[in-house]
Write a protein that binds this ligand. Sequence first.
Ligand code: UDP
Length: 319
Amino acid sequence: MSRILVTGGAGYIGGTTVAVLLQQGYEVTVLDDCSTGHADSVPAAATFYQGSILDGEIVRKALEDCDAVIHFAAKSLVGESVEKPDLYRSNNVNGSQVLFDEMDGAGITRIVVSSSAATYGDSREQPILESHKAHPTNPYGETKLAVDNLLVDLAHEENFAAISLRYFNVAGALMLESGWLAERHDPETHLIPNVLRATSEKPLKIFGTDWDTKDGTCIRDYVHVVDLADAHVKALSALETGRHEIINLGSGGGYSVREVVDTASKVVGYEIPAIEVDRRAGDPAVLIASIEKAKTILGWSPSRDLEMMISDAYKSLKD
Ligand code: UDP
């Protein structure tokens, strides 16, 4: 049986992937420093090491008996990355380098990596193809691109088999026997959790209503976290020695902020309290993924729609 090391496996997307791997019969080791993840969300069936990917010794231990790695561990807030670019470079790029060196040393060359649409930057071409020139507009996106570039070299020089999965906007939650596995960020910056937490005292802030879009609000491509986790497991079977592939994960379509608010109002059965405020710094107007490559190479396409993402996120908050 195959054992997979999941770095960042105590987080939202990493944790969901751990659950799906276990459901599909894989053995799992989790390495997470719990700076943003939660030790209590790691299932007992997984072997758990609490520590940083910057620590070669613990990475070496965690890699024992593993055949492949799914690498999520990273700092992932755009705003924070603008304030603390060095923290992002150290954690995301240097940490990945330590992981890759230890994998190389242990003869483990198969890896699926969590990348981001933030690598593309502001794009006029929609939907965005993987061949689109990467031009990140913030340090977070720069660090994700730097990691993808490290893998290009490792595939050519060390025969690594690597896939970088570039996520668009991830939402939803997974129901487990132990309860819901959901987004637990502090501070929460993402639209759908903020929509569901909005109250008349603390209404949702809609960032900008003067964008060049159909209703003036930004458009994003949302994908359910369980569909996303499935794509990672499929990617393990699509790895090819000496190759690095970049594959987008989204739905291939987009919703405006207002459409998300309207859908959420329908799901919860009351009107989500919202106010209009200025644009948020660094936001592009539209981000939509082309998912043709995911369909062809992974045999994957998402099966859960926006209503389900919102309703799962809502149930996870209420339970
Ligand atoms: N957004 C908003 N209010 C919020 C959070 C987000 O209007 O409280 C908007 C944000 O400006 C963007 C979209 O919702 O246009 C998605 O933002 P999110 O932070 O969820 O993801 P991002 O696209 O930035 O990765």
